[in-house]
Design a protein around this ligand. Sequence first.
Ligand code: B4P
Length: 195
Amino acid sequence: MFNLILFGPPGSGKGTQSEKLTARYNLKHLSTGDLLRSEIQSQTSLGNEAKKLMDKGHLVPDEVVIGMISSALDANPNCDGFLFDGFPRTSAQAEALDKLLDMKQSPIVAMLALDVSEKELVKRLVKRGETSGRSDDNNDNVIRERIKEYHRKTAPVAEHYNKQGKVVLVKGEGNVSEIFDALCREISSRIIPKT
Ligand code: B4P
């Protein structure tokens, strides 16, 4: 299995690039944001609780998202690999993911980290909020809080994988296809072993 993490702050292009990468490399896309929004849409009790936190720009508890990822891994035993998007978002989630993948003897190969300035992040999320209907995108204070949560709780996840020598920093500003090409170059030249 070939497992990648696409990492970056809210609005850095994780969802956008994940769609293209999963199509190119035939990976199973696992986005905890999408899984949570689907629970909200179905009005499950998990979704209703998650919505309260997401609407404030806060993270959902670790045990909830770890449980969702664990079920998704079990539900896809035969895929070529996973692309994790928006997960792990805390050090506890990173440790749990490493354990789950150790059991499958298929560790993370690399963390592709999108680098985008805060000014650009806010601009993108405000713009998406005009049309997406996402309640966490149409309020400036919530957007700022999500970025603060990222610095408080998520940025340390990069250090976790840096210690394992797996972090690849990629410039996340520019047009979508240029960024996609840069990600593909990293995957092809540095990650997939040449035969
Ligand atoms: P996510 O769904 O992961 O959402 P996100 O980080 O806001 O968005 P993403 O990064 O995917 O968006 P993209 O840049 O592609 O999380 C939402 C919430 O769910 C979190 O705040 C949290 O509450 C909860 N949650 C999720 N996972 C969790 C976890 N593991 N633990 C706890 N809580 C969790 O796109 C942004 C915009 O930029 C789009 O409009 C896009 O079109 C645009 N864009 C993308 N690339 C661009 C480019 N190159 N140029 C210009 N615009 C671009």
